[in-house]
Design a protein around this ligand. Structure first.
Ligand SMILES: [Zn+2]
Length: 99
């Protein structure tokens, strides 16, 4: 399925208010960090996800490099975008212990 189509379908629906109400504030995905996120890191694990799937971590300016390096080391990183760019809502927390 086309990602853009998914987003458009989601955003065009009548659940806008409900969706906004349930929306979490964008906080850095780095464990124990509570800073507001400014970046989104798009990644994909080919062992778990189809090639067009994009997982998203959000990062504050301080941890953007750390998270990017983490993903790049494992060959998962795809791209880093400013948080206000349109992307998926498929956010996730970082499944790792503090380094
Ligand atoms: Zn952070």
């Amino acid at each position: 399925m086309n990602l853009l189509d998914q987003l458009q379908q989601t955003d065009a629906g009548s659940h806008q208010t409900e969706k906004e109400a349930g929306r979490q504030p964008a906080v850095c995905s780095r464990k124990a960090c509570r800073l507001p996120a400014a970046w989104q890191l798009l990644w994909n694990n080919p062992k778990l996800h189809t090639p067009d799937r994009r997982k998203v971590w959000v990062a504050c300016g301080e941890h953007r490099d750390w998270l990017e390096d983490y993903l790049q080391t494992r060959g998962l990183w795809k791209e880093t975008l400013p948080l206000d760019s349109p992307a998926t809502e498929d956010t996730d927390t970082v499944p790792v212990e503090s380094a």
